[in-house]
Design a binder for this molecule. Structure first.
Ligand code: 13P
Length: 262
């Protein structure tokens, strides 16, 4: 049984317009009013649509997330958005270190660590993303890469603040490619991340840590992935743009929790 409450995030990335965001959030909010989800759901719309999505989600259990934040609290940082601004508009959770920011925007480990610190300091929950590129996997360096990423990002994080973090293992070769990691690919990486956490922050922190899988997650594959002992949910990209598909993934997570309950 998963001792942790599973979590499913919908990372909408730079997609949709205002009307489509309202419709998609409204559909998920309606489902959340009609049924009790056995997992935590967070939607991550683009920045400008946060208030519109917040008003759709208000009064439901669905949480509002942001896709990124600035590491600085305020000031001359044209185009950036601070943690406090996110809190101000109702955001509870923020993605940090997504591979698209690491590899397309060139965010290095020190910046990821600073963003993580800024998020946790503001009282936000953080979804810290790690993941290897195809060449890393082919060279047998998957664990070296992901453990170095978590190590660098959390270097200045105390055990008390670590509880504000959810990890997302997102192999770069599986993101947006239609190639989903198999349970056999993903589970050892999740287990290694949990073992690393046990060594660094202790057994309780490791047991409480949620580790989501992300990378071309679809409803047809999610049940097999969530059945793995160290996979505690999903960070969904493309499939989260369809309410039906996203809710099918959410329900597969719930069913797994039920079917594995003692
Ligand atoms: P896809 O599900 O579109 O592969 O995206 C995964 C992801 O990057 C979620 O953050």
């Amino acid at each position: 049984m998963h001792a942790r409450v599973a979590a499913v995030g919908g990372n909408w990335k730079m997609n949709l317009d205002l009307a489509a965001c309202r419709t998609l959030a409204g559909s998920i909010a309606s489902a959340a009013r009609a049924e009790t989800f056995g997992c935590e759901i967070t939607l991550f719309p683009p920045y400008p649509y946060l208030p519109a999505v917040e008003s759709q989600l208000r009064g439901t259990s669905v949480r509002l997330g942001a896709q990124d934040l600035c590491e600085r609290p305020n000031g001359a940082m044209t185009g950036e958005v601070s943690a406090a601004m996110l809190v101000d508009v109702g955001v509870t959770t923020v993605i940090v270190g997504h591979s698209e920011r690491r590899h397309i925007r060139g965010e290095h480990d020190a910046l990821v660590a600073a963003k993580l610190d800024a998020a946790l300091s503001a009282g936000l929950q953080a979804v810290l993303c790690v993941g290897e590129r195809l060449e890393d996997r082919e060279a047998g360096r998957t664990l070296d890469v992901v453990l170095a990423q978590i190590d660098a990002a959390t270097a200045s994080i105390t055990a008390g603040r670590f509880s504000g973090i959810t990890l997302a293992y997102e192999p770069v070769w599986a993101i947006g490619t239609g190639l989903t990691a198999s349970p056999e690919d993903a589970q050892p990486v999740h287990a290694a991340l949990r073992a690393w956490t046990r060594d660094r922050f202790g057994a309780l922190a490791a047991e409480a840590l949620r580790i989501e899988y992300g990378g071309s997650v679809k409803a047809s594959l999610s049940a097999d992935l969530i059945a793995q002992p160290d996979i505690d949910g999903f960070l969904v990209g493309g499939a989260s743009l369809s309410a039906d598909e996203f809710l099918r993934i959410v329900r597969s997570v719930e069913q797994s929790s039920l079917s594995t309950a003692p």
